[in-house]
Design a protein around this ligand. Structure first.
Ligand code: GRF
Length: 186
């Protein structure tokens, strides 16, 4: 049974879908929810699924405390689901082709520094794009530039607000992220 850790910094709606999906799985389970925040809803969602949680500061992550915990918990896969800190290189190297991130746009567009959450959807709206989507990719040292595993798109209506766009993107995330993770695990 492979063990997944989910890193999240916020609400955790994707984390919830992943925990739900793997509850029934025979090949993997969510063994840990880790966050750099102590007051975020993802920690409540973990409780609902009886998944242990681990919180840490940026400093502790940089000192290796997160990597130590992941090793202690014998984690096989690290899933970034709305994790907003830059992952230290030693942590990325510890999970070669086993660290997966989801980005709320069609990379390489709208990636890189500062492109997260509503900033992405506001930029897509401002550009007048007719579609947007999600990208699920492996994480390497250059963060949003790892190998793309999966993308899905959705149409944008001219009347859509950035919030409407966010809703359409979240729907894609919830629909595909658990299954794409599942497909990566042998
Ligand atoms: C998602 O839009 C994801 O693409 C991005 O962060 C957001 C996390 O949302 N990386 P949630 O916390 O899973 O609801």
């Amino acid at each position: 049974m492979q063990r997944l850790a989910i890193l999240a910094s916020g609400s955790g709606s994707n984390a919830e879908k992943i925990m739900e999906h793997f509850q029934k799985s025979k090949k993997a389970s969510v063994a840990l929810i880790a966050s750099n925040k102590t007051d975020v809803f993802v920690l409540e969602r973990a409780k609902k699924f009886q998944v242990p949680t681990f919180t840490f500061s940026r400093k502790e992550m940089q000192e290796g405390k997160l990597l130590e915990k992941l090793k202690q918990e014998k984690i096989d896969w690290v899933i970034l689901a709305g994790f907003l800190l830059k992952i230290p290189e030693d942590l990325i190297r510890a999970f070669p082709d086993r660290m997966v991130n989801i980005h709320p746009a069609l990379l390489p567009n709208y990636g890189g520094k500062g492109m997260y959450g509503m900033h992405v959807h506001e930029a897509v709206k401002a550009a007048g794009d007719e579609s947007t989507g999600i990208t699920i990719h492996l994480v390497n040292e250059n963060y949003d530039e790892g190998k793309i595993i999966f993308q899905a798109a959705t149409a944008i209506d001219p009347s859509d607000t950035p919030e409407d766009i966010a809703q359409k993107v979240h729907a894609l995330e919830h629909r595909y992220f658990p299954e794409v993770i599942d497909s990566l695990i042998k």
